[in-house]
Design a protein around this ligand. Structure first.
Ligand code: OXD
Ligand code: MN
Length: 596
């Protein structure tokens, strides 16, 4: 089949990949409806995908991955920069020559008897100065159909690249034998290249997402003066119609998608407040012509965790999944070919197929302590389905960012919200992000896992250099820099129950943050940063939460924070002389303020 571009760099690389993988057939993905309909029909006919109820879930498909292949594999993910020190202490590293030599024989002939699909795609709106082009070759129709939702996929993507540029990310994926012992997710940042093999799980194989838009892009951003961050982007529309945009970074499983799509409490909606979603997972940020920081969401869809998503926790996400969505590893209700997952509602289907494919009686199966859907089961939903998708979603210039919010899951330490003293201190606040493990995961409960800027598994270079880049960006932005905040929705009481209601009520905290950005509310200085006066958090209409509760949620326990500072010091030691001296100073300043 003829190539879709005259670009010789693309064509040469594709020829090399064909020569290596030796597919029986090669298909260039032009993105046309006919082509995609054909692939859907083929995937359904081979059993790779299952068609769901056309009336209740029009255009929706179901897919199941192998039980050994249901999540990202951090221990098999590599950053292969030429020098080990450029990958840093938080990444697995291997010499690129060695890694190519190890993987090349695994790809040799791997697509014999299979079709190779060549997928051109754009991360970011086509025509955006912030967008970037990738080409993924894969032997999986599932990958093609997911990329069709998650990216701007097809021949148009080459428009941004032009006929001569070499600036595209080369992604090679083969599911091979889906052998977990031979599974590798490898980034070669200096070669603009990603090689993924022996997996078919989204996070490992939709190469535009974590591999490109975070690992490779963070490295590109450092070299080109922009930032690729693990952040949602949302707009808050005020009663006067003005919209303020914020980004927020949280470790995986802290509710990013929920915050990105929140529905404000009634008191706010009645007054005319509204939240608009620009992105739920990744932000690319670059200073605009006016010197402010602008953000685009490089993605075109949501690859969200299904369990826990329901009409209360995230009405908008659920609504996004009602058509043209791919469900992976959830349960099927065989009576009407719809889908189910834990906490969707209280009625597991009686005639169910659980995520591994076994037919079971849902209520009995759940009562026996089993899960019908895998805890990391997913929906891949088009952004355009989202009822609150921002009118600026496709704006090639992006949206101007007023505030950057960090957060984690902390039972006692971090208060509900605080503001950093300035950008440098804000960079420090991001670098000390951490979450405590919950009972939901195996292992000890309450163990602190440091996850700077929620980028621990996603930073494509040395984390010390990454913080230096943050500091550099702050200098470039100067007084136009967004204000930086930290939030914690997860403080618990003496019974271990969450104090703050979360979900839509997080709007009350966003409200304070926006007021701070506009300079319309003052704050209290504490050793860790600026905090709201308790009465400045609006508790109107909240059940059981008073201004005293807020005061409690804002309390800073100096002894706990001294412990925290010790933990940060230990963590920082990992980074050796790559730790920017500004960060070390921020830590010692914090210690000094705590001892006062
Ligand atoms: C994700 C993650 O899938 O962060 O977005 O793990
Ligand atoms: Mn994520």
């Amino acid at each position: 089949m003829a190539t879709l571009t005259k670009n010789p760099n693309v064509n040469k690389w594709v020829d090399e990949m064909i020569a290596l993988c030796k597919p029986d057939k090669v298909v260039w993905i032009d993105g046309s409806k006919d082509q995609l309909d054909g692939l859907r029909a083929e995937a359904v006919s081979t059993g790779e995908m299952i068609k769901l109820n056309e009336e209740k879930l029009p255009g929706c498909l179901y897919h199941r991955t192998l039980p050994n292949d249901v999540a990202r594999v951090e221990d098999r993910t590599f950053i292969c920069s030429r020098k080990k020190e450029d990958a840093g202490p938080t990444n697995n590293w291997c010499d690129p020559k060695e890694m190519y030599a190890k993987l090349t024989p695994m790809y040799d002939g791997v697509m014999k008897g299979r079709t190779m699909y060549i997928i051109p795609y754009s991360m970011g709106p086509i025509g955006s100065p912030l967008a970037k082009v990738g080409v993924e070759v894969t032997d999986s129709i599932y990958v093609v159909l997911n990329m069709a939702i998650m990216t701007r996929m097809g021949a148009d993507a080459f428009k941004n690249l032009g006929d001569t540029s070499d600036d595209f990310v080369r992604g090679l994926h083969s599911k091979a034998d889906v052998d977990p012992e031979k599974r590798y997710i490898v980034q070669f940042p200096e070669d603009n290249t990603i090689w993924s093999i022996n997996s078919a799980y989204g996070g490992n194989v939709l190469l535009g997402k974590k591999c490109f838009a975070l690992r490779i892009a963070s490295y590109q951003g450092k070299n080109e003066g922009w930032m690729a961050e693990h952040m949602l982007i949302l707009g808050i529309e005020k009663p006067n119609g003005e919209i303020k945009y914020v980004t927020a970074a949280f470790p995986s499983a802290c509710g990013k998608t929920n915050l990105a799509m929140l529905i404000p409490p009634e008191g706010y909606t009645k007054r005319g407040y509204k939240v608009w979603t620009v992105g739920d997972d990744i932000a690319w940020l670059k200073p605009g012509p006016d010197g402010r920081l602008y953000a685009i969401n490089p993605e075109n869809g949501f690859f969200g965790v299904a369990p826990g998503t329901n009409a209360h926790s995230n009405y908008n996400a659920l609504a996004s999944t009602r058509k043209n969505t791919i469900f992976t590893n959830v349960a099927i209700n065989n009576d009407d070919m719809t889908v189910w997952w834990e906490k969707l509602d209280n009625n597991p289907p009686v005639n169910a197929t659980e995520w591994k494919g076994e037919k079971v009686n849902g209520p009995e199966y759940v009562a026996a302590g089993n899960k019908l859907a895998h805890p990391n089961s997913r929906f891949t939903a088009p952004a355009e389905n989202c009822p609150c998708i921002s009118p600026e979603f496709n704006n090639p210039q992006g949206v101007p960012i007023s505030a950057i919010i960090f957060g984690g899951r902390r039972a006692k330490t971090a208060p509900l919200v605080y503001q950093s003293f300035n950008w440098q201190h804000g960079t420090f606040v991001g670098s000390i992000m951490a979450s405590e493990t919950t009972a939901a995961a195996t292992g000890a409960v309450g163990v602190v896992r440091r996850d700077p800027m929620a980028m621990l598994p996603f930073c494509g270079y040395h984390m010390g250099d990454y913080w230096a880049h943050w500091l550099e960006m702050g200098k470039i932005l100067g007084d136009k820099a967004p204000k930086i905040f930290n939030v914690n929705w997860f403080r618990t009481d003496e019974n271990g129950d969450f104090i703050w209601p979360g979900y839509g009520d997080n709007m009350r905290v966003l409200d304070w943050i926006i007021d701070r950005c506009e300079g319309t509310v003052d704050a209290v200085e504490t050793p860790i940063g600026y905090e709201p006066k308790p009465e400045d958090i609006n508790v109107e209409g909240l059940d059981g939460i008073t201004t005293e509760t807020i005061a409690d949620l804002l309390s800073v326990d100096k002894d706990l924070w001294k412990e925290e500072a010790k933990g940060i010091g230990e963590f920082y030691q990992k980074f050796g002389d790559k730790l920017p001296k500004e960060m070390a100073k921020e830590l010692s300043d914090l210690e000094a303020r705590l001892s006062k």
